[in-house]
Design a protein around this ligand. Structure first.
Ligand code: C2E
Ligand code: CA
Ligand code: CA
Length: 372
């Protein structure tokens, strides 16, 4: 009707609010459905086709609250539920409140984690089975020392930081520290190469290559000492932006690796079109391969295909000798896992790298292995 006014407001970042006067839950759901549908149509921005998606949370007066602030908060909670369940739109429900207050408090804590200096990096060694050329390798893995919860695993806050956009601050912190550390090790005479994990959101950030280049320069770190690990699903989230960023990072001279390979749906042929150097076979296949013939087959054929495409292969999650022996027989280039070493602190990493039998020529390893 002519007396109805719909109000659209931008709450900040990529969040918008819509006020639908006089509508009930069913109306709002229909409206959300229509909006999802409209968003699915490809949009053209300055000549680029972009994919836009959204998650919608619904809260209704007076069932879900009588105050504007309560309704907004509950719509926000429902929106996170929609995002989490990947269902497009969700209506607020009571049960979400407890969970979400936990999450909100973790989020407000996370916002302070960088400023309060609560993040640290652990480094997990990677060992070359073939032709490491005296170089040493480790992957930087972030850790959060929460003041009251203790150590929080990345799996508990990285996906969450991704959803809220705070991942940008975390990634910037991780890049700065890992790059500075790599340069310091080099300065101390350790020929270290450090791998750093990037998330899907990082790959869409057009400022990432410049920020990365600036950090390399500031810390006098060579680009070829750094490898960036990305998952195939991160690339597939938004291929156009991801590929543009990957090409710029590649042009800077760093190495690029596909992480968790085998858990997504992409074919090697598709991945080969990306400027990647390395494939990391997901640990779920590696952990099982000594006991499970089909896991072993997947690992073997991935290694063969990757080699045919000129990619180097890393197996992560190597936990026992039998697995290591099979990987070596299959021609796997590098291994990483608890058998070789857990993620270590900075000082421990240097000690491990200087003293480990694993970093000596392969021929010495079988007899010395038990010494570790
Ligand atoms: P990922 O990149 O696949 O890292 C490997 C994970 O497997 C690490 O867990 C590592 O500690 C664990 N792991 C290593 N060897 C073994 C093994 O032999 N057996 C088993 N069962 N596990 C092993 P972590 O450190 O908890 O990291 C989990 C995930 O969190 C990482 O998976 C990565 O996706 C993410 N992550 C960690 N640090 C960062 C970061 O700085 N930035 C981003 N964006 N993500 C990160
Ligand atoms: Ca990784
Ligand atoms: Ca992985």
């Amino acid at each position: 009707g002519t007396d109805e006014v719909d109000i659209v407001a931008r709450l900040g970042g990529d969040e918008f609010a819509l006020l639908l006067p006089g509508k009930d839950v069913a109306d709002a759901q229909r409206f959300a459905y229509a909006m999802q549908h409209a968003l699915e149509l490809p949009m053209t921005l300055q000549g680029h086709v972009v994919d836009v998606r959204g998650s919608i949370g619904i809260a209704v007066f007076p069932e879900h609250g009588t105050e504007g602030s309560t309704l907004l908060r509950r719509a926000d909670i429902a929106m996170y539920a929609a995002k989490r369940d990947n269902c497009g739109a969700a209506v607020w429900d009571q049960g979400e409140d407890k969970q979400s207050s936990d999450r909100l408090s973790l989020l407000s804590d996370l916002r302070k984690a960088v400023d309060n200096d609560e993040l640290t990096l652990a480094y997990q060694p990677k060992v070359a089975l073939r032709g490491g050329g005296g170089e040493l390798y480790a992957e930087a893995l972030v850790r959060w020392r929460h003041p009251t919860r203790g150590l929080v695993a990345p799996i508990e806050f990285i996906p969450f930081a991704e959803q809220t956009g705070y991942i940008r601050a975390i990634t910037q912190w991780v890049l700065a520290h890992a790059i500075a550390q790599c340069a310091e090790w080099r300065f101390d005479g350790l020929p270290m190469n450090v791998s750093i994990n990037l998330s899907a959101r990082d790959l869409m950030d057009a400022t990432l290559p410049d920020r990365f280049a600036a950090l390399l320069q500031r810390h006098r770190c060579a680009a070829q000492w750094i490898a960036l690990e990305i998952t195939e699903s991160a690339v597939l989230d938004d291929p156009a932006h991801a590929i543009r960023n990957l090409e710029r990072l590649h042009a800077l001279g760093c190495r690029l690796a596909i992480d968790d390979y085998g858990t997504g749906y992409s074919s090697l042929a598709y991945l080969r079109r990306l400027p990647v150097h390395e494939l990391k076979i997901d640990k779920s296949f590696v952990i099982g391969m000594a006991a499970d013939a089909s896991d072993a087959l997947i690992v073997r054929s991935t290694i063969d295909l990757a080699h045919n495409m000129g990619l180097s292969v890393v197996a992560e999650g190597v936990e026992d000798d039998a697995t290591l022996d099979r990987l070596r027989a299959m021609g796997c280039d590098m291994v990483q896992g608890y058998l070789l070493s857990r993620p270590l602190g900075v000082a421990e990493t240097a000690v491990w790298m200087r003293g480990s039998v694993w970093t000596r020529p392969v021929s010495e390893i079988p007899t010395l292995r038990r010494v570790v």
